[in-house]
Design a protein around this ligand. Structure first.
Ligand code: GAL
Length: 375
């Protein structure tokens, strides 16, 4: 019930953001697809779907199209990614429960962080005759090739999470290609992280030497989310006249264990000089927190720590005072938007090339409230 409420609220936010995105024309064959695997992958959604048969029927008819028979191919860049696991669970739940897709018609595959493997999966989706694809590319730079493969086969594509570059999304628009992207503008999440540090009592300058000395734990640098969060978090501080000093920037590939190792080594190397640990996501920030605690440092007292995503553990840590802040990466809005875009394509409607959902800043002020919503 709570889930439904937040879904409705977030949908509203999405609708508003999508309108904004429209106005602004926003910037930026191997093995056979395995439906058994898909059925397993979506078991979480199954429970949620149980009592919603009527709602699904209503949604399907109100969308003006019967999606019950539509075949959907979904490929996620890597199943082990915490955030994308929340995302894909919500995506399948929403498509089955609220939009009326048949669960056994939805195939969800693990790209295993290997573009060649994922390209094979997509080829197999084409061979098996899916009606629409929802793709979280391993490498967003593969979008032109993948889009052409799908377009030639007459299959529309909704790209999620990893944004293809602007040249590519402009091409969809110019050439009338049925492809679209839905995500969130990572510049906003980076800016929010910087603002969270600027809002602390000493503006991040714990030792009072006139500058904020930080380490940056980056996601996969091929990914625009990693690039923008790295850049805009620091820019937000500098824009307020706050001087910064980068002690270390290292890639942690969105991974908790890598985050822990990087921060452990950095704390050994730089000790008390480290005032802020910026992590491009919460998984790495949770790893960073383990390292911070092991080094007997205390968040909020002698070090600050921020992440992005609003994973439950991260938000709980804010409530407990062990995280300075995070940024809610609205997977409800993004997943539901992706499902809606897929239905629009099935309906023959034209959609915008780029659709953006807003991030939400999460600090001690609203962490308890956010926790209520995401649990
Ligand atoms: C980001 C998210 C990361 C990771 C990444 C995968 O938006 O913050 O945690 O899931 O997407 O591309």
């Amino acid at each position: 019930m709570k889930k439904k409420l937040i879904s409705a609220l977030l949908c509203l936010t999405l609708a508003v953001s999508m309108l904004t995105a429209c106005g602004g024309g926003s910037s930026d064959s191997g093995e056979k697809a395995d439906t058994t695997e898909a059925a397993e992958d979506t078991s979480g959604a199954e429970d949620a779907a149980e009592d919603t048969g009527d709602a699904a029927d209503d949604a399907a008819s109100s969308a003006g199209v019967d999606v019950k028979d539509a075949k959907v191919g979904i490929s996620i860049y890597q199943f082990s990614d915490n955030f994308m696991t929340l995302y894909r669970t919500e995506l399948v739940r929403y498509m089955v429960e609220d939009l009326g897709f048949t669960e056994s018609n939805i195939t969800v595959q693990d790209g295993k962080n290997d573009q060649a493997e994922q390209t094979n999966q997509i080829q197999n989706f084409i061979t098996s005759g899916v009606d629409v694809m929802i793709l979280n590319l391993v490498q967003s730079s593969s979008a032109p090739q993948i889009t052409d493969m799908c377009n030639t086969a007459g299959i529309p594509v909704v790209y999620i999470n990893r944004q293809p570059d602007e040249t590519e999304s402009n091409r969809w628009e110019d050439e009338g290609i049925k492809a679209t992207y839905i995500g969130a503008d990572a510049r906003q999440s980076g800016t929010f992280q910087g603002e969270e540090i600027a809002e602390t009592e000493n503006k991040g300058d714990i030792n009072g030497d006139g500058k904020v000395s930080y380490i940056m734990v980056q996601g996969d640098p091929e990914n625009i989310d990693a690039q923008y969060r790295t850049e805009y978090s620091i820019k937000a501080l500098n824009d307020q006249g706050i001087e910064t000093e980068e002690l270390l920037l290292q890639r942690g590939d969105w991974d908790q264990a890598k985050g822990q190792q990087i921060v452990q080594d950095a704390l050994t190397q730089f000790g008390d000089k480290v005032e802020v640990v910026f992590c491009n996501n919460d998984a790495m920030a949770l790893g960073a927190l383990q390292a911070i605690q092991a080094a007997d440092r205390k968040v909020g007292e002698d070090i600050y720590l921020v992440g992005v995503d609003a994973l439950t553990d991260a938000v709980q840590n804010i409530v407990d005072g062990s995280f300075t802040g995070t940024v809610f990466n609205d997977y409800f809005g993004q997943a539901q938007g992706a499902g809606d875009l897929a239905v629009k394509f099935l309906n023959g409607e034209t959609v915008d090339a780029v659709n953006m959902v807003d991030y939400v800043k999460v600090t001690a002020d609203n962490a308890a409230e956010i926790l209520e919503k995401i649990q």
